[in-house]
Design a binder for this molecule. Structure first.
Ligand code: ZN
Length: 471
């Protein structure tokens, strides 16, 4: 074993000594390491232009892709058609999702329709909506409501006490609806939670800026508003799956590696980075790897309904048989790998328990071969790798963050998550690095091309990162 390591280390050293000019458009962190001949089957064929086309279609042509909507289904069809074009047989797995509230707020001011979030626990309205005059009601304390509030709409500032208390007080005062405006500047309205309670009146939230502009109007004119909220039932979402079978192994006797990315988005967000970026990289990897000889099965799984609670990935894993689970080796999950936010210099490899596993190890091995020094091992869930981890599968999520505070880009989950904030270089970098790691795990071993996974980094190599980045 030890001898093996030494031999491979020397081979790796020889590779690293060959200086090849860096091609334009290749990853920024390429330091002259060009990887193994196997890596080159990924790095020289990964075309980030193709990924950018996917991001453009998903985030611009379709736009926001909220779970259960036609837009989410349209994105699923696009992914399905692309995979079929690459030669895959594609399967679609449909599953139920929770009922969803949808609504709008119109006012008599010239802004007319506002961006809103509906409180979790809000009531719905009739089709015509709830109409009334808007009255400033302070922070929603019992003394804050004017006499005229009866049958009308209370405009309430966020803060000091809970959303539920505000709503409860408004209901007691006779209000027919509540608009809560934020008390800090934010690009999007807050989503009020009523703490598990159900309101008997509709409750929506708007930004501080919109709230203050309404207040200003109300000083010189009477303002009316209509709140419409409807509950959408019988919603479904779907996972799209393409399987690359291994070559020359009996059908039921091989390991399985899952490469996943969710394609849904939050409301109002075109989701260019979250997560057309990951989707686009996985599509491109599926295209490249179609014809390659592997000794493992690779399943490319495009996941729906991630943003409403990891629903698609949990459903997918729940449908795996015990035999499939036994053969499940690893999950590489890509979620937000393309931001051009300057501070996001690190590619985090998020592992639920923070411990190095096969996904981290194969990625750090690939990073060494490619001379990529941007990866960080980090302890975090909050994406589709969680379901795989909970099923006992080595899983990690790849995501770009600022390395010291682990912050995401400021326009995360806002209408400003658009394609002009995607870095094609970082898409290329993600494709080359993660693709090389995946291919090294799944490719056929040849006498000359033993898998590199026998070479382990020194513990200190990753602990160096790990020690610094604890949340
Ligand atoms: Zn996401």
């Amino acid at each position: 074993m030890r001898k093996h390591i030494v031999v491979l280390a020397i081979v790796a050293l020889l590779f690293s000594m060959v200086q090849i000019p860096v091609l334009a458009g290749k990853s920024q962190t390429n330091t002259g390491h060009t990887g193994s001949p196997f890596d080159k089957k990924i790095t020289e064929r990964f075309e980030s232009e193709r990924s950018m086309e996917h991001i453009s279609y998903l985030s611009e042509d379709i736009g926001p892709r909220v779970a259960g909507t036609n837009q989410e289904k349209e994105a699923a069809s696009y992914i399905e058609q692309e995979l079929q074009r690459y030669g895959y047989e594609v399967s679609k797995q449909v599953f139920d999702i929770a009922n969803r509230l949808q609504g709008q707020l119109n006012t008599s001011t010239e802004e007319s329709e506002f961006a809103i979030r509906i409180a979790t626990g809000s009531s719905s309205t009739t089709e015509e909506g709830t109409f009334g005059y808007v009255y400033h009601s302070g922070k929603g304390e019992p003394s804050g409501f004017p006499d005229e509030i009866d049958g009308n709409i209370a405009l309430i500032e966020r803060g000091d006490f809970s959303f539920w208390e505000k709503v409860n007080n408004a209901t007691e005062a006779g209000a027919s609806g509540v608009i809560i405006y934020d008390n800090t500047d934010s690009l999007v309205p807050p989503t009020p939670s009523l703490g598990g309670n159900s309101a008997s009146i509709p409750v929506v939230a708007i930004t501080k800026e919109d709230g203050e502009s309404l207040l200003e109007k109300m000083e010189s004119e009477e303002v009316t508003a209509t709140i419409k909220i409807s509950e959408i039932t019988n919603q479904t979402s779907q996972n799209i799956i393409a399987v690359k079978e291994p070559k020359g192994k009996p059908a039921n006797d091989h390991d399985i590696v899952y490469v996943t990315a969710h394609y849904d988005s939050v409301p109002y967000a075109p989701g260019a980075n979250d997560n057309a970026s990951g989707t686009s990289v996985v599509l491109e990897l599926a295209r490249i790897m179609k014809g390659y000889a592997t000794d493992k099965e690779v399943r490319f799984v495009f996941v729906g309904a991630e943003e409403i609670g990891l629903v698609g990935s949990r459903y997918y894993v729940s449908q795996l048989s015990n035999d499939e689970l036994d053969r499940s080796l690893a999950n590489f999950n890509l979620d937000m790998v393309g931001t051009n936010w300057e501070e996001a210099t690190a590619l985090f490899v998020n592992v639920v328990d923070g411990a190095p596993n096969l996904v981290w190890q194969s990625t750090s091995d690939a990073a060494q071969r490619l001379g990529n020094d941007s990866i960080v091992l980090f302890e975090r869930g909050a994406s589709d790798h969680v379901a795989f981890y909970e099923a006992g599968i080595d899983a990690a999520n790849f995501i770009r963050r600022e390395p010291v505070t682990a912050s995401l880009e400021p326009w995360y989950h806002t209408p400003f998550d658009t394609i002009d904030k995607i870095s094609q270089d970082r898409i290329q970098e993600a494709g080359e690095l993660i693709g090389s790691a995946i291919y090294d795990v799944v490719r056929k071993e040849t006498p000359k091309g033993k898998r590199n996974q026998g070479v382990r980094m020194n513990e200190g190599d990753y602990l160096l990162n790990e020690a610094v980045y604890v949340e």
